[in-house]
Design a protein around this ligand. Structure first.
Ligand code: NAP
Length: 285
């Protein structure tokens, strides 16, 4: 493990406006590196469904942070999109790809969440795969924000435990893998340092905000019906319910060491996340 930066070419960050990509771009810029933060609305335009946007984003880039579309409510076939993108990236001179996936081998909504891995591993570029568990930022930037603001988080998670990881920590591992030696060919499973139920996580946020917020355990059927009533497509609602079901069934209830393996120190605790997020006012009702 070294701190030496090995690329001087621009680094293309897909999902550059998202929870992890935004942080990867910021941390790379802090190191003085040239970054192309790319997405449909990003400064560099990139759309997985418009191949004409790929080459301009790739021109001259030396490395790519890759976020795929598996958890978006869209059709997604990595054997087509990721394979074609990797081929184009390597032809354009990309030497290194860091791929964001998820800490599960199980399907959700009938699809694999790690289906892009083989494509990146077979791309010919150096690769590192990140498999994080549930993001702490789901509570302040993602699907749980509305519930926190409304004072009630309704999920089919039962009392299942999950070691929520901070997206700043996911980004820190991505940046190391993009810029330093010693991470090629590795798959890092990433988690926070402490197992929490969703009820306990909500309690931490309630404490940090001084507000009353409660967790309500739903059945999977109730949850899917509520999402569909809010206009969420049924197959996407089922995928999210399946993912949360994995936590309910205890499949997330283990700590992973990938963060410390990669960076040599411990990841952030959920309480630190909750304190900092509360201070921004994002959870004020
Ligand atoms: N949430 C979790 O707890 C969790 C846990 C483990 C793994 N993951 C994995 O994390 C990944 C999502 O990453 P994230 O949370 O950092 O992102 P995110 O916050 O969900 O944001 C999605 C990003 O993708 C971009 N995007 C959406 N549609 C696009 C398109 N058609 N073409 C190109 N870019 C598009 C969005 O920007 P625009 O709208 O501007 O295009 C945005 O930058 C998924 O692979 C998921 O499986 C999530």
């Amino acid at each position: 493990m070294t701190n030496q930066t090995v690329t001087t070419k621009p680094i293309l960050v897909l999902g550059g406006t998202g929870k992890t990509g935004r942080r990867v771009a910021a941390q790379l810029r802090e190191r003085g590196l040239e970054v192309r933060a790319a997405s449909r609305s990003g400064k560099t335009r990139f759309d997985w469904y418009d191949e004409s946007t790929w080459q301009p984003a790739l021109d001259g880039a030396g490395a790519v942070y890759m976020v795929d579309m598996v958890d978006e409510p869209v059709e997604w076939n990595p054997e087509v999109s990721v394979r074609a993108f990797c081929r184009q990236a390597v032809a354009a001179g990309v030497e290194r790809i860091v791929l964001l996936q998820a800490r599960t081998n199980e399907e959700a909504g009938g699809k694999s969440l790690i289906g892009s891995e083989a494509e990146v591993q077979n791309s010919g570029a150096e690769w590192t795969i990140l498999r994080p568990g549930w993001f702490a930022q789901n509570f302040d930037e993602g699907i749980l924000l509305d519930g926190i603001r409304a004072g009630e988080v309704r999920l089919p998670a039962g009392e299942g435990l999950e070691p929520f990881i901070d997206c700043d920590d996911v980004a820190a591992v991505a940046v190391a893998a993009l810029t330093e030696e010693g991470h090629a060919g590795k798959t890092y499973e990433l988690s926070g340092p402490r197992l929490l139920s969703f009820g306990e996580a909500v309690e931490e946020i309630a404490r940090a905000t001084g507000r009353e917020i409660r967790y309500v355990a739903l059945s999977p059927e109730e949850y899917v019906a509520e999402l569909v009533a809010e206009g969420v497509p049924a197959d996407y609602a089922q995928m999210v319910a399946d993912l949360i079901g994995q936590i309910r069934e205890g499949k997330g209830a283990h700590i992973s060491t990938g963060f410390k393996d990669a960076l040599g120190h411990d990841p952030r605790d959920f309480a630190a996340f909750a304190k900092d997020a509360a201070a921004t006012g994002v959870w004020d009702a």
